[in-house]
Ligand binder design. Structure first.
Ligand SMILES: NC(=O)c1ccc[n+]([C@@H]2O[C@H](COP(=O)([O-])OP(=O)(O)OC[C@H]3O[C@@H](n4cnc5c(N)ncnc54)[C@H](O)[C@@H]3O)[C@@H](O)[C@H]2O)c1
Ligand SMILES: O=C(O)C[C@H](O)C(=O)O
Ligand SMILES: [Mn+2]
Length: 542
């Protein structure tokens, strides 16, 4: 292979038609490109026109992935100029389609690392080294893809969530794309559709649990930490039975983050703080129902609970404000299937006249009159008109967050929630929603998606060289976002808009970095937090 092709095939180095005459000469590219030298903006305009010509969101995403595979600077420059339009294409919800159809769409591996539980554990280091190719890796997003969004177990196909989350890190917070590594841990799959699919590219056996699985994850974490000691390690879409356990194992030792548990906790708390700013109500008066008490549901409850306590409520009293509803209905303390994260919030049957009847969301809502209802159940349309109207009958401004992803799994549509509550509901959704006209008011809907916080969180931790990511930093992040709402405007959103993603990623980063620096939880001595953040940010330019 010639020197020229090496450059053109390396997305971190390739500038395509923007290579100048001099560069073309120097790099052995003469004759390998059309003669006209384009500026980056000309390339962006041309690419955007091509993007617009694609008839479906899936085809738009496939086109953008091609661009990403070819030229990172061009991809991110284009992304930065169309953030609101691109987020649902690059990321959730369209990403769910590319995960479900990964084999059919497969073109190339996108600089990801594919680790298999069937390989020798010694090969993990070699694989990471091969994929990093000498790059200084500061950020890894790793998934074992057992719980991709709400669509279940997609094993190797889930690599796209790691790639997609990293794209948002760069677009939102300027993380240098040459310093990141997407990793998928293939521990098998229980998805029958994949096991039967002759085109499936992952391991065709049942998912492995227990000791062998943990050894696989542990070896990956220890090897990656040893090879990239300054790395921030982001866990994404692990299954309910492993996610919290893995986070607990490492959270005091390395700078690790679980997006579904912690990221979602932050964004929902921020949204609730925003909603309370709008309604003028206080946290201590809220009654919270979590519909779906898995990784995200319990992660959010734990974060909101900490807020009650931080605001001065007695810890035992604060627990009484929470009701967790899962498949079996309201969770009771005599249930031996409860997860460790559910247990602290399980209720006693003796608190209710007819505890045995509380097996549905509807029964629970009727019984406890929640003021906050958060959906992380993966069950579409379960916040029914009846349930929502019942809730609204007992609280002036019901706070309702149907945040199961992707779109097809959301517990309710924002438009219906507004209609059923006569415009009173304060809403957060998992996916982006356009403005809604209702009774003469334009309602903006906040996107309660962890994508609004995880990029800033990572930027803050990386810029501060934080040694851990602890509860105080996480709480600081939630507060930094909860304040940015317009409380006076009718129809205002409970969270800031995606159009300001880059600005408030910096706000979040600053809150996190300040917290780390103030308490000496950094590897290096950081004198000026703002400067450290600016220095960490990468910009797409040649
Ligand atoms: N908006 C966001 O930022 C965000 C972040 C994380 C997760 N999520 C979404 O939340 C959902 C859950 O994700 P997770 O990681 O917590 O998954 P999970 O598997 O850990 O949790 C899902 C929970 O829902 C429960 N459940 C299933 N069927 C139910 C039913 N009929 N009634 C009540 N509960 C039921 C399950 O038993 C489980 O406890 C997904 O759709 C995911 O996309 C959204
Ligand atoms: O990926 C998303 O859109 C948010 C979240 O991490 C999820 O699992 O749904
Ligand atoms: Mn997730």
């Amino acid at each position: 292979m010639s020197f020229g092709y090496d450059i053109l095939n390396n997305p971190f180095k390739n500038k395509g038609t923007a290579f100048t005459k001099e560069e073309r000469k120097e790099l052995g590219l003469e004759g390998m490109l059309p003669p006209y030298v384009q500026t980056l903006q000309e390339q962006v305009d041309q690419a955007y026109a091509q993007f617009q010509s694609k008839p479906s969101d899936l085809e738009k995403r496939v086109f953008l992935m091609t661009l990403f595979n070819e030229n990172r600077v061009l991809f991110y420059k284009l992304f930065s100029q169309h953030v609101v339009e691109f987020m649902p294409i690059v990321y959730d919800p369209t990403i769910a389609e590319t995960i479900e159809n990964y084999s059919e769409l497969f073109v190339q591996p996108q600089n990801a690392t594919f680790l298999s539980i069937d390989d020798d554990l010694d090969s993990i280091k070699t694989s990471l080294k091969n994929a990093a190719e000498g790059r200084d890796i500061r950020l890894i997003v790793v998934t074992d893809a057992e719980g991709i969004l709400g669509i279940g177990d997609w094993a190797t196909n889930g690599v796209d969530i790691a790639v997609g989350k990293l794209m948002v890190y760069t677009a939102a917070a300027g993380i240098d794309p040459s310093q990141v590594l997407p990793v998928v841990l293939d521990a098998g799959t229980n998805n029958e559709e994949l096991l039967k699919d002759p085109m499936y590219l992952g391991n065709r056996h049942e998912r492995v649990y227990g000791e062998k699985y943990h050894k696989f994850v542990d070896t990956f974490v220890e090897d990656a930490e040893e090879m990239f000691p300054e790395m921030y390690l982001h866990f994404e879409d692990f299954g309910r039975s492993n996610a919290a356990e893995i986070l607990d194992r490492y959270k005091d030792k390395y700078t690790v983050f679980n997006d579904d548990i912690q990221g979602t906790g932050i964004i929902v708390l921020a949204g609730i703080l925003g909603a309370l700013n709008i309604s003028g109500e206080e946290m201590k008066d809220q009654t919270y129902v979590s519909f779906g008490a898995g990784s995200a549901g319990t992660g959010i409850v734990s974060r909101v609970y900490d807020e009650f306590v931080q605001q001065g409520m007695d810890p035992e009293e604060a627990k009484k404000h929470f009701y967790l509803v899962d498949k079996q209905g309201l969770l009771f303390d005599d249930d031996d299937t409860l997860t460790p994260q559910q247990k602290p919030f399980a209720r006693s049957r003796s608190e209710f006249d007819d505890a045995d009847s509380l097996t549905t969301l509807e029964a629970v809502v009727k019984e406890v009159h929640p003021t906050i209802l958060v959906g992380t159940s993966t069950q579409p349309n379960t916040f029914t008109e009846e349930i929502v109207k019942e809730m609204a009958a007992h609280t002036e401004r019901p706070i309702i967050f149907p945040i199961s992803n992707p779109t097809k799994l959301a517990e309710a549509k924002a438009e219906d929630l507004l209609k059923w509550t006569d415009g009173k509901a304060l809403i957060g959704t998992g996916i982006p929603v356009n403005d809604i006209e209702y009774n003469g008011t334009t309602y903006q809907i906040g996107q309660a998606n962890n994508a609004l916080v995880y990029p800033g969180l990572g930027l803050g931790a990386i810029a501060a060289t934080a040694t851990v990511l602890d509860d105080e930093m996480i709480s600081a992040a939630a507060h930094s976002l909860g304040g940015i709402v317009d409380t006076d405007k009718p129809g205002a959103a409970v969270l800031p808009p995606v159009s300001k993603l880059d600005q408030f990623s910096t706000t979040v980063a600053k809150a996190v970095a300040d917290s780390a620096v103030k308490r000496g939880l950094t590897r290096e001595d950081i004198k000026d937090v703002d400067q450290a953040i600016e220095d960490t940010k990468w910009e797409p330019k040649y």
